[in-house]
Design a protein around this ligand. Sequence first.
Ligand SMILES: Cc1ncc(COP(=O)(O)O)c(C=O)c1O
Length: 135
Amino acid sequence: MRVYEGRPQHIPVGPETNFQPTPALLRQHWNARTAGLLVASPANPTGTLLTLAEIKALAETCRELEGHFLVDEIYHGLTYAPKEGPLGDEIDAPTACAAGDDIWVINSFSKYFQMTGWRLGWMVIPEAYQRDIES
Ligand SMILES: Cc1ncc(COP(=O)(O)O)c(C=O)c1O
């Protein structure tokens, strides 16, 4: 964000929304200079997940507000339901890729592949921005 001189505006969240923003909160905090919404699912440090329905609702709200929707999925593959065993049963976190081609999905090798420090990752981006990202 600093590269593009963007300034983050935080949306306060709590247990009532599973520590994730909702369309209503997004609308409340959106202003004329807002470029988009960035979320992490699973989130750090809360570990909470957005359902696919919640991702779709946030994506739709961003579309209506004419902003970008970016989803950090760096903790994918490291999600466990609290059942038996030391870590519980592994569960699949829904990917925002399933919610539309206009969503920016961010990932990295540092968590699932334990390559912390490499600062190596990948993005799934809207096709129209491919040239911008490459340059
Ligand atoms: C949600 C989230 N996104 C991104 C990162 C950055 O990962 P890296 O720079 O190691 O690829 C972290 C690291 O803790 C994180 O928790």
